[in-house]
Design a protein around this ligand. Structure first.
Ligand SMILES: [Cu+2]
Length: 117
């Protein structure tokens, strides 16, 4: 019986550890805006056009006090401040649909989008 109890204890300790490592291995996207009039979202250096639904880490580099990075789509509405340079990481759950990102003061031409399937 002691052995069984030990086995149960080991399993119950191992499950949260597995969940934690799954979160750490979420794909990482890179979002960048500025210092010029440029905005982009990439994964491994490639522009993001289509993603599989799931959890992602987005490393956001807002390199200008004139621009922001604003991501909007199903279940997500996140942005950096316009009047500050910011470096942050967002954890987001992307669902099936279309996501758009832009710089709000210059949304007419600083923008992009991608789909999630
Ligand atoms: Cu801008």
């Amino acid at each position: 019986m002691k052995l069984l109890a030990l086995a149960v204890l080991v399993v119950s300790l191992a499950v949260p550890a597995l969940a934690a490592s799954a979160a750490q291995s979420a794909p990482t996207l890179t979002a960048a805006v500025g210092p010029g009039f440029a905005i982009k979202l990439t994964e491994g250096g490639q522009k993001v056009t289509n993603l599989t639904a799931g959890t992602y880490m987005i490393k956001v580099s807002d390199k200008s006090a004139l621009h922001d990075f604003h991501l909007v789509g199903p279940g997500v509405n996140k942005k950096t401040p316009v009047a500050a340079k910011t470096s942050t990481t967002w954890k987001v759950t992307l669902k099936k649909g279309t996501y758009k990102y832009d710089c709000d003061p210059h949304a007419a031409f600083m923008k992009g989008s991608f789909t999630v399937s």
